[in-house]
Design a protein around this ligand. Structure first.
Ligand SMILES: [Zn+2]
Length: 114
């Protein structure tokens, strides 16, 4: 259940990519925004992903009990990904575009090579 990313994120051909949202390594859905104050009160010490200068993204787990989780990474997943084996390049990536076998789970998470 991934939303189509908007063009302002730098993908011009919307049919070529989907956005995936993660809270740490857990994919999340139903993305919405809350004010920065609420965010830091709910999730002390969590940096989160900014929506704008005043609000950040939160979301719900794909399955399981209801919860509100901070969105910590947004991945742009290519529509026709190469699905290469997940490696340090993915895990240490600075950009958001992922096409490897992890499906974005480890992209830019900074875990380093296994
Ligand atoms: Zn990966």
């Amino acid at each position: 259940m991934a939303a189509i990313i908007s063009s302002r994120k730098g993908i011009t051909d919307m049919s070529q990519a989907i956005a995936k949202y993660f809270s740490d390594d857990q994919e999340v859905k139903n993305i919405h925004v809350i004010k920065n104050d609420d965010f830091s009160a709910r999730f002390p010490g969590v940096k989160g992903v900014k929506n704008d200068g005043y609000s950040k993204f939160v979301a719900h787990p794909l399955e399981g009990p209801y919860a509100v989780l901070p969105v910590t990474r947004i991945i742009i997943f290519k529509k026709n990904p190469s699905l290469h084996k997940c490696d340090a390049r993915c895990q240490n990536a600075k950009g958001r575009i992922c096409e490897c076998s992890c499906g974005g789970k480890y992209h830019g998470a900074g875990y380093g090579a296994e």
